[in-house]
Design a protein around this ligand. Structure first.
Ligand code: FAD
Ligand code: SIN
Length: 527
């Protein structure tokens, strides 16, 4: 067993975690920043982002329009002050990315080429082909490499936050305001040892939850670990009922994660059609294919229920193919590799779980309700997105809040007295054993994904939610029993976290009595 001490502990190496690490390491060269991440250093939702990053860049665009578009997409449940702050700080975040080395596409006039996506009233998406996230992640890792005071630890799986509950379980406060975070217990996957990492500031940047559903665009790391850890530590978790389903994931039964056909393809002019060839979105919303995602995903869902078909189509055949291939080389190649010639054939698409609007509640500087614990990126709930995120506002949120969190740390406003360090116990694994087989874990993971897909998806109802909760309660007992007696592995920890996330989504869905944004229950529809 080993104890390590850093000044700043960042959990996760996507855009949120890396941008905070770079900012703080640059400003504080004498401080040690540890970035622990559970897979290889680049694996993250960030790496797969396609469409780009929203920012007011064109002089004909305006902050007010970006604010209004964000509020309309969010069904006005957004925090207006946060929306204004993020939108106004967006151009500066883009300049910072460019300074760090991020390449964006330029047009013939030598200006940044701005794309269009659903819910936006202007072209404002900065992008690099259809692999913007890959480009951003690569740039950030290159910057990290240059900073000797960042220690990046791949294959280090954070299990739980260290809080006052570990110092004195009986006397620890139940109100999160009086709980402090001292770091995290982390499973070193190379040695199989659980190590204790102490830090004056801890940042959860652990990303999304897509893997709680059977069909998702999110890679396998997206199991909601940070939110589950924060929940166990008694942080405030809110808005979990708002899960965004991306309308156009490639239909490929049995393949997970689903390959995304970027919203920017519809921004480029592609049409959605049903099997009969009708452009059904024209009947649903005057913005047609470019309505916000919740509207388009629900419309596709309805088409599928009425027709009984397994998917709808995205038609690109009328688009100029040379420009298309230049803008979307990755999507073009993927379709081509499957024998879909998109100049002549339509792409089969279905909605898939994509993004969580809710998460760990944070204030305007990224503080969670637990002292010295920050959350950033998709695991946090800042108030920017309201009930439904506007396309390409997610990478932006992580960059703007990353900057604010780094600034808080640089200004030393999050200083925590680690005088209690000697009292922090090491992880106790007495009485645990390596499970004889892992089939029970993988079975329960699949069961959770199926429950959520069948009962807690784009359209919900009280009856479906109650049924889901019954199933999840049973799985919770089963998982806890296994967890207590097992020597910990990422698999058992992820299962436990997915169970907690599923419970939070169902429980918070049961409390919402009106349909807003991405949340839609048949029992809230008034006829
Ligand atoms: P992530 O990038 O997911 O990083 C999380 C990190 O935490 C990972 O390194 C992970 O390994 C690590 N981690 C998780 N659990 C643990 C643990 N227990 N211990 C240690 N480490 C852990 N948004 C946009 O704005 N524009 C787009 O064009 C866009 N396209 C997208 C396309 C796809 C296919 C997907 C899936 C998402 C897209 N999004 C887009 C959303 C956006 O990519 C994410 O919301 C954003 O990248 C989240 O960044 P993050 O740093 O919060 O999390
Ligand atoms: C996409 O490219 O469609 C994804 C954009 C996003 O999630 O914001």
């Amino acid at each position: 067993m080993s104890k390590f001490k850093g000044d700043i502990l960042v959990l996760g190496s996507g855009v949120a975690g890396l941008s905070i690490a770079i900012k703080s390491a640059t400003a504080l060269p004498d401080k040690k920043i540890i970035v622990a991440t559970k897979a290889n250093e680049s694996e993250s939702n960030t790496k797969y982002a396609q469409g780009g990053i929203a920012a007011v860049w064109d002089e004909l665009d305006s902050f007010q329009d970006h604010i209004d578009d964000t509020m309309v997409a969010g069904d006005h449940l957004n925090n207006k002050a946060v929306v204004k702050m993020v939108v106004e700080e967006a151009p500066e975040s883009m300049r910072q990315l460019i300074e760090w080395g991020t390449d964006f596409d330029y047009n013939k006039e030598g200006e940044i080429d701005l794309g269009m996506e659903g819910g936006h009233s202007a072209n404002r998406i900065l992008h690099y082909k259809d692999i913007t996230g890959f480009e951003v992640e690569k740039t950030l890792l290159e910057q990290v490499d240059k900073l000797p005071n960042i220690e990046l630890l791949p294959y280090h799986f954070a299990i739980d936050l260290i809080t006052d509950h570990h110092l004195s379980p009986k006397s620890a406060a139940s109100d999160s305001k009086n709980i402090a975070c001292y770091g995290a217990y982390i499973l070193n996957q190379k040695t199989n040892q659980i190590e204790t990492y102490l830090a004056s500031s801890t940042i959860l940047a652990t990303g999304g939850i897509g893997q709680v559903y059977a069909a998702t665009t999110n890679p396998i790391i997206a199991t909601g670990d940070g939110i589950a850890m924060a929940y166990r530590a008694k942080a405030k978790i809110v808005d979990m009922e708002f899960v965004q389903f991306h309308p156009t994931a490639l239909y490929q039964p049995g393949i997970s994660p689903s390959f995304l056909i970027s919203e920017a393809v519809r921004g480029f002019g592609a049409y959605l059609r049903n099997k009969a060839g009708d452009r059904f979105m024209l009947k649903v919303d005057e913005r047609a294919e470019l309505a916000p995602r919740d509207v388009v995903a629900r419309a596709i869902n309805k088409e599928l229920i009425v027709s009984g078909d397994p998917h709808v189509y995205l038609d690109c055949s009328h688009l100029e193919m040379t420009a298309f291939k230049k803008h979307f080389p990755n999507i073009y190649e993927k379709c081509d590799s499957l024998g879909i010639d998109i100049a002549h054939q339509m792409i089969p698409v279905v909605p898939a779980a994509h993004y969580l609007m809710g998460g760990i509640e944070v204030d305007v500087n990224g503080y969670s309700s637990i002292q010295n614990l920050f959350a950033c990126g998709e695991c946090s709930r800042t108030g920017l997105h309201g009930a439904n995120r506007l396309a390409s506002n997610s990478l932006l949120e992580a960059l703007v809040f990353g900057e604010r969190i780094a600034e808080e740390i640089i200004q030393n406003r999050s200083k925590l007295d680690l005088g209690v360090e000697y009292k922090i116990p090491e992880w106790d694994e007495e009485g645990t054993m390596v499970p004889k087989e892992n089939v029970l874990i993988s079975h329960n993971r699949k069961t959770i994904q199926n429950i959520m897909t069948d009962l807690v998806s784009i359209v919900r109802s009280d009856e479906r939610l109650e049924k889901a909760l019954d199933h999840l309660n049973y799985l919770f007992q089963d998982t806890e029993k296994a967890y207590e007696k097992s020597k910990l592995s990422p698999q058992i920890c992820e299962l436990r976290n997915l169970n907690a996330i599923a419970y939070l989504i169902v429980h918070q869905s049961m409390k919402r009595k009106n349909n807003k944004g991405a949340f839609y229950s048949l029992d809230n529809v008034t006829t």
